[in-house]
Design a binder for this molecule. Structure first.
Ligand SMILES: *Cc1c(COP(=O)(O)O)cnc(C)c1O
Length: 400
């Protein structure tokens, strides 16, 4: 029995790195929160359950990312959390002048760092390393860019386009040697790649819950602040939920002593409850075991790719060694846009398209199987071999 709601048993869903499937437990939990919580308990729901959701679910995510419970909280979106932590870090690092971001980072991360620099009166300069079409993590370029002016380095653990996995421990150490702080975005690794934030001495991290954690569309994100750093950082968007005692309603602001200081306002209870069920599924299986399944499925994919797809003009755009990849694979093809549409319309296989010519397949070991890999390869093969993509009319949809 699947733990996931399967409406169409024939659907081959390969986009769990953008939006994870719906856990059956989340659908049931939402029904319960709506009818019993919102409908019946009303305001009493806060004390009965809701007020501690950011900490409680944060504590569970902490286990997944190798951190002590109190250092992770769930709040806002990844973009907003990134802004809060990056701005706080820059304030702490005054006197230094440089912020390093990797060029293959998710664009929102780059825009947000620019916003944080603007909020810091442009006293810092953004330095981009690597190239936009880079497949591997640019260790050498990063190392060469670090110096005694480096205030903050913002990186993705797994690159959203290529799937390249950075060596978090090694990079964190390099940044620390230069006296900088490091902020990792875990959006594409949390729940599928083992992470040890405390052991690796990471300063700050943020991440999504709607990808491999299956938290639901637009579910709030999480943030991690190393406990040794927490008291030195100030939330730039402080609100009543960041106060040590929100219900004192005092105009005298006192930051919460814990990572709660990075909360801002009232948590979105319905979305929060849904996240908890996805997180429970990841905890029940364990990240090590999910990683093994993910690697065995992606290795099968790469093997079939080499046997059947390279001769059709496809190119692997992810690192070859399995330990240097996260849980998705990226393939290039000049007709990538039309092939992706053909896969969805004709084969009931859902990957996604990423500009300019990449097709991404997210491998979510909680629900993807060997059969999904075989169907993906069959569909990619038929699309080009039988020139199926030629009959596809491209629709300009807002979300790709
Ligand atoms: C998915 C993702 C985001 C999304 O941010 P939102 O604020 O939730 O829209 C940000 N960064 C990375 C690296 C991602 O993979």
């Amino acid at each position: 029995m699947s733990n996931f709601y399967i409406h169409d048993p024939e659907l081959c869903y390969m986009d769990g790195n953008s939006l994870g499937r719906l856990p059956i437990a989340a659908a049931e939990r939402l029904q319960q929160v709506i009818h019993k919580g919102w409908g019946t308990d009303l305001i009493r729901g806060w004390n009965a359950d809701w007020i501690d959701l950011p900490q409680r679910i944060g504590g569970k995510i902490a286990t997944i990312v190798g951190a002590d419970q109190e250092q992770v909280i769930v709040s806002d979106s990844t973009s907003i959390n990134l802004f809060k932590l990056a701005t706080a870090a820059l304030n702490r690092q005054q006197g230094r002048t440089q912020v390093i971001v990797e060029r293959t980072n998710f664009p929102t991360d780059v825009y947000i760092v620019e916003s944080a620099i603007e909020a810091a009166n442009n006293e810092f300069e953004l330095h981009l390393v690597g190239t936009e079409d880079q497949v591997d993590f640019p260790y050498e370029e990063l190392e060469a860019a670090l110096n005694d002016q480096t205030a903050l380095v913002v990186l993705s653990h797994v690159a959203f386009r290529s799937g390249a996995l950075a060596d978090m421990q090694r990079v964190t150490e390099l940044v620390h040697q230069a006296g900088g702080l490091v902020l990792w975005d875990l959006s594409h690794s949390v729940g599928v790649v083992p992470i040890e934030l405390d052991e690796w001495n990471v300063d700050l991290a943020v991440g999504c819950t709607y990808k491999y954690l299956c938290g639901g569309p637009g579910a709030p994100a999480f943030l991690y602040v190393n406990k040794d750093l927490n008291s030195e950082l100030e939330n730039p968007i402080k609100g009543w939920f960041s106060h040590a005692a929100p219900f004192k309603f005092s105009l005298d602001y006192k930051p919460h002593p814990g990572s709660e200081r990075f909360l801002t306002g009232t948590p979105p209870v319905l979305s929060m409850c849904a996240i908890e069920e996805g997180v429970n599924l990841v905890l029940a299986t364990g990240v090590e075991s999910l990683r093994r399944q993910s690697q065995s499925l992606s290795e099968l994919f790469v093997q079939l790719f080499n046997e059947r797809l390279t001769k059709l003009g496809y190119e692997l755009r992810s690192p070859v060694p399995p330990d240097e990849r996260g849980s998705h694979l990226s393939f290039g093809h000049p007709e990538a846009r039309r092939i992706t549409a053909n896969l969805i319309e004709k084969h009931n296989v859902i990957p996604d398209f990423r500009e300019p010519d990449n097709i991404r397949f997210g491998i979510a070991p909680l629900y993807n199987s060997q059969r999904d890999i075989e169907r993906s390869v069959d569909a990619l093969e038929a699309s080009v071999r039988d020139r199926e993509f030629e009959s596809i009319q491209i629709r300009n949809e807002k979300v790709t």
